[in-house]
Design a protein around this ligand. Sequence first.
Ligand SMILES: *Cc1c(COP(=O)(O)O)cnc(C)c1O
Length: 376
Amino acid sequence: MSTAAATVVPFADLHAQYRSIRTEMDAAIAEVIASSAFIRGPFVEKFERAFAEAMGVAHCVSCANGTDSLYIAMHALGVKLGDEVIAPAHSWISTTETITQAGGTVVFCDTDAATFTIDPALIEAKITPRTVGIIPVHLYGQPADMDPILALAQKHRLWVIEDCAQAHLARYKGRRVGSFGQAASYSFYPGKNLGAMGDAGAVLTPDAALAKRMAMFARHGGLTKGDHQIEGINSRLDGLQAAVLSVKLPHLPAWTARRQEVARAYGELLAGIDGLTLPQVAPGREPVWHLYVVQHEQRDALARHLAGHGIQTAVNYPVALPFLPAYSRFGHPPADFPVAHRHQSRILSLPIFPEITAAQMQAVAEAIRSFGASTA
Ligand SMILES: *Cc1c(COP(=O)(O)O)cnc(C)c1O
């Protein structure tokens, strides 16, 4: 079959979501334009309050994107030259490039084979007198194993920043992620579970003083115009994005429930296919399925086969962080992070989004089954 098949199942469908809330969305955007509240202002303040409340954390500091939210949090926590920060070997590069931006040193830790999240059993061996913090990533929407991570952080007096970019509303032992550490980072990149119509991000924290330092740093070092207490950066949420996010936020629980239904349905449709490993959920975790990631020995051939059937897939991510050219300075061989290394050639993200239809899921399952048959 040729590779130019018409799209039957897109990887995500942002327009379908827009159509479902078009009237509300268009009105909200028109209101921002009518009031010219483009940077900060009432729409931003309203969203910050609503998001903090929805996530159950006292303070929300919005900013320009999720990457900045990590940088802002680390800067405000006082990361300085030589400080070591432990992060998973398997994540999006934002998690670790911001450690370096803040002046720190990245220390990678391998992930757990079942959940793709940082393996708590391997963290303690990475802790040195220079270690200042740990950044667990709730990757693909499944919470990291927070209890042992928090116990280690307490024992060694380290801070924890949760990277919640893929995990809005996910729960660990009944409690929402984003409420465990000193700070929690969120991205509202359009394809995230809560997405803006452009770049946007936020940090949550229970700590009022930390919230103030983060807000100041993000806004040129001052909370009122002209009053620069410190040198900062320019990382602000704009009014249009805040209005878009305020319209979407009340829909997030329903969209999340729908992603969970889709994951359950995939679990049934894809059960028992030879060579295919389905995502596993560890006890006590309630994932929100930002991505539905299967594993297959012949991942690239499977992806081509699906593309031939009009099914879009993605690889998140094709090279684990320590093995990227960006980190060649560490000279890490695959044996340093065997789990992340093994996953990088096996993982495949299938289409998942709240509006995906039963027929589309069926088409994905049939195409995967026919790959099994074609290689048997
Ligand atoms: C998307 C993402 C980020 C960064 O978000 P941006 O808004 O794109 O800057 C950080 N960490 C993880 C795990 C992500 O998936």
